[in-house]
Design a protein around this ligand. Structure first.
Ligand SMILES: Nc1ncnc2c1ncn2[C@@H]1O[C@H](COP(=O)(O)OP(=O)(O)OP(=O)(O)O)[C@@H](O)[C@H]1O
Length: 266
C-alpha cells in the first residue's frame, strides 16, 4: 500500500512557550495523493496553525508531519499557497506577482531563465482563466480586492505544485466571484490532480470542492469527524440544490455547533 501524501500524526502546537496558547493537540489526519480535502471547524480552533505546520512555516511542538514521505522540518518548496489576504507585492506588476514562485523556488529558477517566454505565457493563460485577461501589466493597487485574490490563486498555481494549501482564499470575495473561483479551482484540480488542503468557514464551499470534509474540535484543535463528499464531478450549481448536498451541509453544521459547545460528535 502506498503512503498517504500528507501524514499528520498526533501533532500538538503551543505558541509562546509552556504557558502559551495550545492551538492543536493530538491532531491526526492523512491526505492521499491527488485528494482534495476541506478542513472546517469553529473559529480559532487551529486551522491556520495546521496549515503552517504542513507547509513547514512553523515547527510542531509535538508529533510528526510527513509530506511526500519526508519529515517536514523547513518550508516546503513543493507547495503552492493562497490565503484570505492576497499579500501581493505592491511594486511588482500583476504578471510579475504571478511569476514570483518561479523566481524564489531554486529548482524553478533555472527553468525560468531558460524558458522565460513560455512561463510568461503560462502566467497569462492562468490570468485569463480567472478572468484577468489584459491585467498583467497593471499593479495591485489598480485592481479590486477580488481581482487581487484571483491573482494570488494564479500565483499559487504557476509552478504546478503537487500540494496546494488554501487558507480561506475566497472568504473576502462577493458570492458571485467566489462561486466563479470555485469552478476555476475545480477545473484546475480535475486537470492536474494536485493534493489540496482547503481551510474554509463556508460549508457549501467545502462540499462543492472537496472529496472529504474534516471537522475540527474547538481549541486545542483535533479532527473529530469526517464525511466523504459523494457528488460526481464536475459539480455545478445544480449539485448545490440536490437534497443530499443540503443534508450534508446541515450535518456538518451540526458537528460544528457541537464542537463549539465542546460536546462530543457521535
Ligand atoms: N503567532 C501566534 N502566536 C500566538 N498565538 C497564536 C498565533 N497564531 C495563532 N495563535 C493562537 O492559536 C489559536 C489558533 O489560531 P488559528 O489562527 O490557527 O485558528 P483558526 O482556526 O485558523 O482561526 P479562524 O477560524 O478564526 O481563522 C488561537 O487561539 C490563536 O490566538
Amino acid at each position: 500500500m502506498t503512503r498517504p501524501f500528507v501524514e499528520i500524526d498526533r501533532v500538538a502546537m503551543r505558541y509562546g512557550g509552556v504557558e502559551g496558547t495550545l492551538a492543536l493537540q493530538d491532531c491526526s489526519l492523512n491526505v492521499e495523493k491527488g485528494e482534495f480535502i476541506a478542513v472546517v471547524g469553529p473559529s480559532g480552533c487551529g486551522k491556520s496553525t495546521l496549515m503552517r505546520l504542513v507547509s513547514g512555516l512553523w515547527p510542531a511542538t509535538d508529533g510528526n508531519v510527513v509530506v511526500a514521505g519526508e519529515e517536514v522540518d523547513r518550508p516546503l518548496s513543493l507547495v503552492g499557497m493562497a490565503f484570505q489576504n492576497p499579500t501581493l507585492l505592491p511594486w511588482r506588476s500583476i504578471l510579475d506577482n504571478v511569476m514570483l514562485p518561479l523566481e524564489v523556488v531554486p529548482e524553478h529558477r533555472k527553468r525560468l531563465r531558460a524558458e522565460r517566454a513560455k512561463y510568461e505565457q503560462k502566467a497569462l493563460d492562468l490570468l485569463k482563466l480567472v478572468g484577468l485577461e489584459g491585467f498583467g501589466a497593471k499593479y495591485p493597487y489598480q485592481l479590486s480586492g477580488g481581482m487581487q485574490q484571483r491573482t494570488s490563486l494564479c500565483r499559487a498555481l504557476i509552478h504546478e505544485p503537487p500540494l496546494l494549501m488554501l487558507d480561506e482564499p475566497f472568504s473576502a470575495l462577493d458570492v458571485f466571484t467566489r462561486e466563479d473561483l470555485w469552478d476555476v479551482l475545480q477545473q484546475v484540480w480535475m486537470a492536474r490532480k494536485p493534493t489540496v488542503i482547503l481551510v474554509t468557514h463556508d460549508l457549501r464551499e467545502a462540499c462543492y470542492l472537496a472529496d472529504r470534509v474534516l471537522v475540527m474540535s474547538a481549541r486545542p484543535g483535533r479532527i473529530i469527524a469526517e464525511r466523504k463528499v459523494p457528488f460526481a464531478r464536475p459539480r455545478t450549481q445544480e449539485t448545490m440544490v440536490e437534497p443530499e448536498f443540503t443534508k450534508l451541509v446541515a450535518e456538518l453544521r451540526g458537528f460544528i455547533a457541537l464542537a463549539r459547545k465542546g460536546e462530543e460528535v457521535t
